[in-house]
Design a binder for this molecule. Structure first.
Ligand SMILES: *Cc1c(COP(=O)(O)O)cnc(C)c1O
Length: 369
C-alpha cells in the first residue's frame, strides 16, 4: 500500500528538460539550475543531481542553508545564493563556498574572506539590487579592489518575462545590456546573467553568459500553459489512493460544512490527502482526480487529512486503487497548471506548496531510483 500521498519525481524528465534548455542557449551561454525552496518542492538534492546530469553547470538557491544542504550531499558545482543575507548567513554561505549577491558598498565590508560576489543591478524588478548604475559600479570596484574577495559576476532579474508581448521586459533587457557592456569592459572575465526560465525561452538576447532556470527544469510552463508547447515534460506526479469506498444516497452529504450534498445516489471515494499535505482547502468542490483512468470531481471540503471524490453511481473503483491528483493515468492528465488556475495562483506555488508529509519518491522513466 502506498503512503498517504506521494510526489513521484521523474529525474529523467528533469535531465531532459535541462538538455532541452541547453539546446536553446546562445553559443557560450551556460545553464544554472535553480533548486531553491527544496527544488520547487521536488527535492533539492535529487533535482540538482539530475539537472547537472542534464547539462546544467551551475546551481542557484535563495538561502544560505540551502547551499549547505547541497554541499553536504557532495555536490561541487559552482553555486550562487541569490537572496539577501544576514551576517550569520554570509558565514554559512562562505562555509559552503557559495557565491553571494551584493549591491551596497557597506555590505561588501561585511563579506567573509574568500567570498565570490555577483553585483546586482535592479533594472525594474524593484526587489533586490540597486537601481543606480553608479552604485553598482562602485560595489564592483570595491569588491575587485579587495584581495580577499573576488568579483565573479553581474546580474539582474526580470519582472515580466512571463508576460508575452509586454514591453517592460525589453526595457529591462536594454538597461542590463548597457550595464553588462560596461562591466565587461571594466572587469573582463566576470559572468553576466539575467534570464529566468521565461526569458530564456523567449529571448536569446537575454542569455548573456548564464541563464538561471527554475520552473522550466521541472517541466512546468513559465507561461502557465501546457508545458508540452515548450517541449517540457512535467517531472512531478502527485498520487494518493482510494482508502475507502462508500455509497451515498441522494440528500446525504460529505465533509465539513456539508458543502457537498448528493443530488442523486452515487459512490464516494475517500483519499488520505488534505491541506496538511499541501492539497489546498481552496480546492474544495473545485478539483478533479483521476481514478481508473477517468476524471472524477473532488466533492465537499478539503480537510486537513482527507478529501472525498464522487466516483459516480456506477463506480467500479475499489479500496487500494491509485488516485492521481497531478499527472497522468490512462489517457487522462491533470497538469499543475490546471490546479494553479483553479486556485488563482501559478504552477510554482502548487509544487512548492507540497508539504513534508507528502513522501517524495524518485524514478527514471518509471524505473525506481
Ligand atoms: C527564482 C529565481 C529564478 C528562477 O526563476 P524561474 O522563473 O523559476 O525560472 C531566477 N533568478 C532569480 C533571481 C530568482 O529568484
Amino acid at each position: 500500500m502506498p503512503a498517504r500521498a506521494v510526489a513521484a519525481v521523474n529525474l529523467s524528465a528533469i535531465e531532459r528538460n535541462c538538455a532541452r534548455l541547453r539546446r536553446e542557449l546562445r553559443a557560450g551561454a551556460r545553464l544554472a539550475a535553480v533548486v531553491k525552496a527544496n527544488g520547487y518542492g521536488h527535492g533539492a538534492v535529487p533535482a540538482a543531481r539530475a539537472a547537472l546530469a542534464g547539462g546544467a553547470e551551475w546551481l542557484c538557491v535563495a538561502a544560505a542553508h540551502e547551499a549547505s544542504e547541497l554541499r553536504a550531499a557532495g555536490l561541487e558545482a559552482p553555486l550562487l545564493v541569490m537572496g539577501a543575507l544576514s551576517r550569520e548567513e554570509l558565514e554559512v554561505a562562505a562555509a559552503a563556498s557559495a557565491d553571494v549577491v551584493a549591491w551596497r558598498e557597506a555590505f561588501v565590508e561585511r563579506l567573509p574572506a574568500g567570498t565570490r560576489v555577483h553585483v546586482k543591478l535592479d533594472t525594474g524588478m524593484g526587489r533586490l539590487g540597486t537601481r543606480d548604475v553608479e552604485e553598482a559600479r562602485r560595489v564592483a570596484e570595491r569588491v575587485a579592489a579587495r584581495d580577499h574577495l573576488t568579483l565573479a559576476g553581474a546580474m539582474t532579474h526580470f519582472a515580466t518575462a512571463d508576460e508575452r508581448g509586454d514591453d517592460f521586459f525589453g526595457r529591462q533587457l536594454e538597461r542590463f545590456a548597457a550595464f553588462a557592456e560596461l562591466m565587461r569592459a571594466e572587469h573582463p572575465g566576470i559572468v553576466l546573467h539575467a534570464a529566468n526560465s521565461a526569458a530564456t525561452l523567449r529571448e536569446p538576447a537575454a542569455h548573456f553568459d548564464l541563464v538561471r532556470c527554475g520552473v522550466a527544469i521541472y517541466g512546468l510552463d513559465p507561461f502557465q500553459e501546457d508545458p508540452a508547447a515548450q517541449d517540457l515534460e512535467p517531472a512531478l506526479e502527485l498520487r494518493s489512493w482510494v482508502a475507502d469506498v462508500k455509497p451515498c444516497a441522494a440528500g446525504e452529504s460529505a465533509g465539513y460544512g456539508r458543502r457537498f450534498v448528493a443530488e442523486q445516489e452515487t459512490v464516494l471515494g475517500v483519499l488520505p490527502i488534505g491541506y496538511g499535505d499541501g492539497w489546498r482547502r481552496a480546492l474544495s468542490n473545485d478539483a478533479d482526480v483521476l481514478v481508473r483512468g477517468a476524471r472524477r470531481p473532488l466533492v465537499g471540503t478539503v480537510s486537513m487529512d482527507n478529501v472525498t471524490v464522487d466516483l459516480g453511481p456506477h463506480a467500479t473503483a475499489a479500496p487500494g486503487d491509485e488516485a492521481v491528483l497531478i499527472g497522468a493515468q490512462g489517457s487522462e492528465r491533470i497538469l499543475a497548471e490546471e490546479v494553479a488556475r483553479r486556485l488563482g495562483t501559478i504552477n510554482y506555488e502548487v509544487t512548492t506548496g507540497l508539504l513534508p508529509r507528502v513522501e517524495r519518491v524518485y524514478h527514471r522513466d518509471g524505473r525506481p531510483e
